[in-house]
Design a protein around this ligand. Structure first.
Ligand SMILES: Cc1cc2nc3c(=O)[nH]c(=O)nc-3n(C[C@H](O)[C@H](O)[C@H](O)COP(=O)(O)OP(=O)(O)OC[C@H]3O[C@@H](n4cnc5c(N)ncnc54)[C@H](O)[C@@H]3O)c2cc1C
Length: 441
């Protein structure tokens, strides 16, 4: 439905955040750590979130453990200069996360921590008269001749509309896995769709409790108890772990799960010395982060995924995991890969996310094409979190952050020079990446 915006806006603020998940709140968390949150709020801020509450977004829905250490996740509240956030150190979710120390945390619990941060921020922001509109979804945003943004918002309970005018709009709407990507991206020489439609499940669904139950059901019903997982990212190794740890996973035979990956599977190490002490020498100077000294800081598997990758690859004397096989995909036709896909009863596609973003209109009401929707998995944002138009130009006042936004800047956050991917981590968003936005607001 097209709803035209006429007349005065219902709300006028300096900045509107669309999407109240971990990334949407991150610039505010970053600002709180820098002591400038009140300045941002006094300039006027609104948040629009489709769900019933801000804070957790989708992270709590995955039935796996974090690849961020517990101590890192709670970093944002402990010692925070704002007492309403520092006070969360005592809340049950924080205490439960802290108990995991430098280890991994169930993402359900990480979601509870994010929800309590969201609850505290909601109260603080609205106490200052700034609107937090939960149960509302943004439909589109339009830039007027004067450069200000008019965002059309729909209340999900009754379908009523209102407009929010702002100088800045921050898109923090998360990512998704469109099926169309699987119709063009080739694996072993063929796209996964439509050939394997009947046995395909996307990793975002596979990593939920319902998705894992569905995989178990399909293995029971299928001709072979074999799973193929396609992808080289942390999600692909997380899928392998989740399948092997599921109740049905215990009964899988040797080689029942195959991970088909194009990129080499890298292992994170806190230093080159620690890596070499383990006999791990697959790295050079370009694989070491100059800021932290970490080896494969961004490309390397961490925590549970790291352990499984080390077992599967026989690194540092880890006990082998016979149920998991690794297959390195070759660029063109890969008959062995096609055999693995043909033999599997379930194929999990863990080939990454695309940004959801939001329809953007110009002053005439015509759509503005974004770079992110052009072919070739282009980023939504540049190195300053500005959203980019299809021609690569910055769209003034429109910023983006979060899952699949495509943020990449070694200058801002460090990382190994050889890393060419994007950074999708709450800690980075709550620190340097969020600070880029907070400073602009
Ligand atoms: C399997 C998996 C494991 C991960 N593990 C970790 C980890 O261990 N550590 C880590 O740091 N990161 C992790 N991440 C990355 C990241 O932290 C999470 O994906 C996180 O949920 C992303 O936050 P987000 O705010 O970008 O997106 P989301 O969590 O998807 O939140 C987006 C929010 O925007 C809202 N929204 C969307 N569109 C609209 C609209 N039009 N109007 C209003 N509201 C809207 C949604 O309702 C939602 O609440 C993981 C990611 C995945 C996929």
């Amino acid at each position: 439905m097209i709803v035209t915006m006429t007349g005065d806006p219902d709300i006028s603020v300096n900045a509107l955040i669309v999407g109240g998940g971990p990334a949407g709140l991150a610039p505010l968390v970053s600002a709180s750590r820098a002591g400038i949150l009140d300045r941002i709020l006094s300039a006027g801020l609104a948040i629009v979130e489709r769900g019933p509450a801000i804070g957790s977004g989708r992270i709590g829905s995955y039935a796996i453990n974090s690849d961020t250490a517990a101590n890192t996740l709670v970093n944002c509240v402990i010692g925070n200069p704002y007492p309403f956030l520092a006070g969360l150190t005592e809340c049950p979710a924080t205490v439960a996360v802290v108990a995991h120390g430098n280890g991994t945390v169930p993402l359900g619990l990480a979601g509870q921590l994010m929800a309590s941060i969201g609850g505290a921020l909601h109260e603080y922001i609205s106490a200052g008269g700034n609107p937090v509109l939960t149960g509302h979804e943004a439909i589109h945003t339009r830039q007027g001749e004067d450069g200000r943004w008019q965002t059309l918002v729909r209340r999900t309970a009754d379908g009523s509309h209102r407009t929010i005018e702002s100088r800045f709009v921050i898109l923090a709407t998360g990512g998704h896995q469109p099926d169309e990507c699987l119709e063009s991206q080739r694996v072993g020489g063929v796209p996964l769709l439509p050939t394997y439609a009947a046995k395909l499940i996307q990793s975002d669904a596979a990593l939920t409790a319902a998705g894992l139950t569905e995989i178990g059901r399909r293995l029971d019903a299928g001709p072979a108890r074999r799973v193929a997982i396609v992808g080289s990212s942390s999600s692909s190794m997380a899928c392998a772990n989740a399948v092997l740890r599921a109740p049905f996973g215990q009964e899988l035979s040797a080689g029942a799960v195959t991970l088909l990956h194009r990129r080499p599977l890298r292992i994170f190490y806190p230093s080159a010395e620690a890596a070499l002490a383990d006999g791990y020498d697959e790295f050079g100077p370009d694989d070491i982060c100059p800021l932290s000294g970490f080896v494969f800081r961004f490309a390397g598997f961490r925590l549970d995924s790291r352990e499984l990758a080390m077992s599967a690859r026989g690194i540092a004397g880890r006990a082998p995991e016979p149920r998991l096989r690794l297959h390195r995909l070759v660029p063109d036709i890969d008959p062995a890969a096609l055999d693995i896909l043909d033999d599997a009863s379930v194929i999990v596609a863990a080939l990454g996310y695309r940004p959801r973003a939001l329809p953007v209109l110009n002053a005439a009401g015509d759509p503005v094409a974004l770079l992110a929707v052009q072919p070739g998995a282009q980023p939504l944002v540049d190195k300053q979190c500005n959203v980019l138009a299809a021609n690569g130009a910055v769209i003034d006042g429109l910023m983006g952050i979060g899952l699949a936004a495509g943020f990449a800047s070694a200058e801002a956050i460090g990382g190994e020079p050889s890393f060419s991917g994007q950074t999708n981590g709450i800690w980075q968003w709550q620190n340097e990446i969020g600070a880029l936005i907070a400073r602009r607001l």
